[in-house]
Design a binder for this molecule. Sequence first.
Ligand code: ADP
Ligand code: MG
Length: 357
Amino acid sequence: MKKILRFSAILTAHILILSLFASCSGGKTEYTDYTIYGMDTYITLRFAGKGQKEDYLDSVRDECARIIAKNEKLMSSHDEEAQIWGLNHDVDVILDAEPDLSAVLTSAVHLAEISDGAFSPTLGSLTELWNVSGGGPVPRSEEIEAASEHTDYRNISVDSGRISITDKECKIDLGGIAKGYTAQELLVYLNGTDISYGLVSMGGNIGVFGDKTGGNPFKVGICDPDNTSSVIGYLSIDDGFIAVSGDYERFFEEDGKKYHHIIDPETGYPAESGLRSVAVWSNNGGTADALSTALFVMGEERALEFYRESDVRFEAVMINDRHEIILTDGIKDGSFELSEDSYTLIGEAEGEDTVAG
Ligand code: ADP
Ligand code: MG
């Protein structure tokens, strides 16, 4: 499993392509990669630095696998033994909620509040109806309207171990936050290990940990929404998480039209905000994951307004359907490097650059 690299290593992930482990001098960087399948996706753990025995790295990998399996069970909408299944099907209150479930729901509800419902953890009735992963078909508009009656996140309340749902037909779907929340938990654990530095990459969520040799930042490649094997540019980060939500990740086609998996809670249909992809950088994995979904739904204008007004610190790279790349203020300092000519990096909107709708 051990690999020795010269120059830049390109790891092809589901959404992001990374060139994180290039050594500045062009010398060798040693790392070990592990792949785990969980939460519906391939997860890469990359551990770098010298002097760690294989047995030790294997034991760290095992602990990561345990965390992933635990969270998959906890946050899945399909596991009949999970507390979420109970809440979604029979019961309207749980008094002994698993602490992690309370924690992820508390933060999901908070993110729903601050994003004015653009991110919503209670879209289960709609996401089941659309069945995007199962290939559709497009539901009838009456069905969409009926399901939309039961998607208000204010139906859930969480008070430490007590979780209640006031609307029996309201269903929790944590698909927009589960992976980022898990990436966060993995990084908290990995930061306490003896591994010098590395990353976790799971289905469009990347978390980096440790100090890279020589203080080089981690360079994370952002995919071209038109061609996911190509990178349109790189975002350099020292720490934290990057989550990407795009319309090209999961979709089905019907009558020549694409229907993707990010639902606009206001319409009940896949969001058509003019954005193709949004990458969010945050120091919290769950926040990055949920906000990438939220900003995608909002569209660039509302997203930039949210960025300026919100108390939450994050940065974003947004790609719209006119091949423009919009950066938030905190990464206009050169942190993002364009590498694809067919895209234009646009600066601060100056009056004429507004988006309809
Ligand atoms: P992925 O899961 O592919 O990484 P996202 O993080 O953008 O992509 O999450 C999309 C998933 O979140 C969907 O598959 C669905 O389960 C759920 N979801 C869809 N629309 C929303 C939304 N507006 N708010 C919260 N969750 C959503
Ligand atoms: Mg997300």
